[in-house]
Design a protein around this ligand. Structure first.
Ligand code: PMP
Ligand code: GLN
Length: 390
């Protein structure tokens, strides 16, 4: 056939030229190909509570199968407002200040698109979750990377202060933190509130691990500080709280003027989110026991996994105050860079992990990888058996 007659696919310049497939997808595929225990991508390998599935099924059978209101099912927004008020003492109006989203990822992108104008600066604290940078790029914003303290992975407030300029539109924060497992203290929160006081910076606070804070500590939500709450969008996800990462239902709470702008974008982004899931989640939230036990549940897994790593492997453990991630220094085991080490670990040792460099622009100063311990005890024990051979 004459090549001129071939239909032509025009390929415009990429909006995200530096982005490939996410490391989570890549490592899960590699783990599947090699039969490795997958402690890479962050998701539970056990099922959610059958009662939650029943609640969603009941909602479908009751005919809740058409579009819900744009902001989300009122019962779910009301349940969330009551929960936030009880836990953090801040009152959000369910009608005008809470919106249900298709997971936290959509909430973050929608928030960035709603507030970031081309040329605006957006600060992220590295290492950070991999969706923040591309979201800022899509909005035409300028990403400003401020490293967390390389030893403690806590906020370096001096560096953060130095990065603030009159062009700073937003700061994206995350506590408990993926990948490092740090969790803010109330002092961290207060210091941030004071630092931002003279500015017009908006805070996007990614709190998807809000119910996974260990050792009796409380989650320091930005909603618990009146000053920060006034300038923040608080983002979370039911995926982490109820072991349903595949449902992709999350939520955002913010003061009315910020939420009004958020919704302008949300309504043309997804418009609304899965109706029966929202009804089921509203019913499930009615019993606080369904999320209050989560920290203890994951603390037991953290302790089991850490004890095993400590006793039988040459990894050096970093602290883990929250989230379901355990970072380790592998310097005693291998000289490989972290991505190559993760590939080797998956194919040769049969355990998948995520390299710290997936969360940073520059190569990290320490050889660190992240393991996810949201797994059955049997999965964790099998991973430990394999890691003990290294
Ligand atoms: N933020 C962080 C810090 C996460 O770890 C994740 C997912 N693991 C998300 C956002 C995305 O959450 P969702 O699956 O609800 O989009
Ligand atoms: N947030 C999960 C993690 O950090 C993965 C989500 C994803 O695959 N994009 O592992």
């Amino acid at each position: 056939m004459n090549s001129d007659a071939r239909p032509r696919t025009p390929v415009p310049p990429s909006r995200l030229p530096d982005v490939g497939t996410t490391i989570f997808t890549v490592m899960s595929a590699l783990a599947a190909r090699h039969g490795a225990v997958n402690l890479g991508q962050g998701f539970p390998d056990f099922d959610c509570d059958a009662g939650l599935v029943d609640a969603v099924t009941a909602a479908m059978r009751a005919g809740h199968n058409q579009y819900p209101p744009m902001a989300g099912v009122p019962a779910l927004r009301q349940a969330l407002a009551a929960k936030i008020e009880r836990l953090h003492g801040h009152s959000y109006d369910p009608d005008s200040e809470i919106t249900i989203t298709a997971g936290a990822t959509q909430a973050i992108l929608t928030a960035v698109l709603a507030f970031v104008h081309p040329g605006d600066e957006v600060i992220v604290l590295e290492p950070c979750y991999d969706s923040y940078g591309p979201a800022v790029a899509l909005a035409g914003g300028r990403l400003v990377r401020v490293p967390l303290d390389p030893q403690s992975f806590r906020i370096d407030f001096d560096r953060l202060a130095a990065a603030l300029t009159p062009r700073t539109r937003a700061l994206i924060v995350n506590t408990p933190h993926n990948p490092t497992g740090t969790a803010w203290t109330e002092d961290d929160r207060r210091t941030l509130a004071e630092l931002l006081r003279p500015t017009d910076v908006i805070v996007l606070s990614d709190e998807v691990y809000e119910h996974t804070v260990f050792d009796g500590r409380r989650h320091a939500s930005v909603s618990g500080d009146a000053e920060l709450a006034a300038r923040s969008l608080v983002i979370s996800s039911f995926g982490k709280t109820f072991h349903v990462t595949g449902w992709k239902v999350g939520h955002v709470a913010a003061p009315r003027p910020l939420m009004a702008e958020f919704r302008k974008v949300h309504q043309f982004n997804v418009f609304t989110v899965n109706t029966p899931m929202q009804h089921g989640l509203a019913a499930w939230l009615a019993d606080p026991a369904h999320y209050e036990g989560l920290a203890d549940f994951y603390q037991r897994k953290r302790d089991r996994f850490r004890a095993g790593l400590q006793a039988a492997t040459r990894f050096e453990l970093l602290p883990c105050a929250g989230s379901y991630f355990q970072c380790v220094d592998y310097g005693r085991i291998s000289p490989l860079p972290d991505q190559a080490f993760c590939e080797w670990l998956t194919t040769e040792a049969g355990v998948a992990a995520i390299p710290l460099s997936a969360f940073t622009a520059a190569a990290p100063s320490r050889p660190v990888v992240r393991f996810c311990f949201a797994k059955t005890d049997a999965t964790l024990d099998e991973a430990l058996r394999r890691l003990a051979r290294l």
